[in-house]
Design a protein around this ligand. Structure first.
Ligand code: AMP
Ligand code: MG
Length: 347
């Protein structure tokens, strides 16, 4: 059994993963309500919350799996907020020392990248290796509040970065757009909710892409364009047309994601498509990516809602799935935080 701890940002999370059966338990304490009033995550408050909440969450995990059943500990090493990552590492290393078990540092972004395969494992743990091999090479789209990346996973389970954002992440663009529209934080779900009643063609926002020659994303121009559009409107008109504004803005973000994904798919011989990260909850995006998968006749795998945001289930799963393939770096007690750890090398 692997015990995983996650505290890279504003979620304190603990999970237990049994390779023979799947996830045995997942516990999360979300701090969204605490940070909402500030319109974003306040690092000092977040790390203090982690300090408070790890013990009660771990107590619940111990009730499911006593110490003697835990053979390994996995912890998010980065990327993330330094003060927050340190809380997870301190707790993980203390437990490892007390129990005499190894502790592995997990790359949070790689865990997101593997999160669409958690369901594949749960479906038939014994057949996982074969089932995964049939889906590689894989193209994944990771879209969250801090990251926007297109990447591939090859047959050796090596991750290669194919495209990323040159400025804002997709979720960040939605959050900032929502703020301009006077909606709460996080903005993505609110934009999606209002957009349902709106017309995506009502407003023309620029395509959120960098030069045609690159695969990289650029979302900051889109946000600026929304600001200029709103500046030209009267408050009553903004209120009256909020659904159209949300639908059009959301469309611009999702369209950019789908277009670049399509280009990447056309350039290689991929056997599956994955979607992960918080923005993966967006139904417009899910439909777009699913269409791309259908057009290429390959399976579409998406992370389940409880594994799209920050969670420890994906950390435990990645610690296992990646080690099975390549041998994760088990540095044990000298493990350090890595606040700017990249998903993978590009090129
Ligand atoms: P994460 O960074 O993975 O915790 O995800 C948080 C990000 O996902 C925030 O930017 C949210 O606005 C965004 N998000 C969450 N749900 C949705 C949704 N249904 N549609 C669009 N964005 C979403
Ligand atoms: Mg989060």
């Amino acid at each position: 059994m692997i015990l995983a701890l996650e505290s890279s940002c504003d979620e304190t999370a603990v999970a237990l993963f049994d390779p023979a059966h799947g996830l045995a338990g997942e516990w999360v304490h979300s701090q969204i309500a605490l940070h909402e009033v500030y319109g974003g995550v306040v690092p000092d408050l977040a790390s203090r919350e982690h300090l408070q909440h790890f013990a009660p969450l771990l107590a619940r995990a111990f009730a499911v799996a006593p110490a003697e059943r835990v053979t390994r500990i996995a912890v998010t090493q980065g990327p993330g907020l330094a003060a927050c990552l340190a809380m997870g590492l301190a707790a993980a290393k203390s437990l490892a020392l007390a129990w005499g078990v190894p502790v592995a540092g997990v790359n949070h972004l790689r865990a997101h990248a593997f999160s669409p395969f958690i369901g594949l494992h749960a479906h038939d743990p014994a057949d996982f290796e074969r089932a995964l091999a049939a889906l590689l090479p894989h193209v994944g789209l990771l879209v969250s509040g801090g990251n926007t990346a297109l990447f591939s996973i090859d047959r050796e389970r090596r991750i290669r970065l194919l495209a990323s954002t040159m400025d804002d992440a997709a979720g960040e663009a939605l959050d900032k757009g929502a703020k301009l529209l006077g909606l709460g934080y996080p903005g993505g779900p609110q934009v999606e909710r209002l957009a349902r009643a709106g017309d995506a063609k009502a407003f023309q926002f620029p395509k959120a892409v960098a030069q045609k020659s690159t695969l990289d994303f650029s979302f900051s121009g889109l946000k600026t364009s929304l600001r200029y559009t709103l500046e030209k409107m009267q408050p009553e008109e903004i209120e009256r047309r909020k659904a159209d504004l949300c639908a059009s803005y959301q469309h611009a973000v999702m369209d950019a994601l789908a277009r670049k994904t399509k280009l990447v798919l056309a350039a290689g011989d991929y056997r599956s498509i994955g979607l992960s990260g918080g923005v993966a909850n967006n139904q417009v995006l899910q439909t777009e990516v699913e269409k791309l998968a259908q057009a290429r006749r390959v399976p579409f795998l998406r992370a389940q809602p409880r594994h799209t945001g920050d969670n420890a289930g994906m950390i435990a799963f990645a610690a296992w799935a990646e080690r099975e393939a390549s041998g994760i770096d088990e540095r044990g007690y000298d493990l350090e935080i890595a606040p700017s750890l990249p998903l993978a090398a590009g090129g």
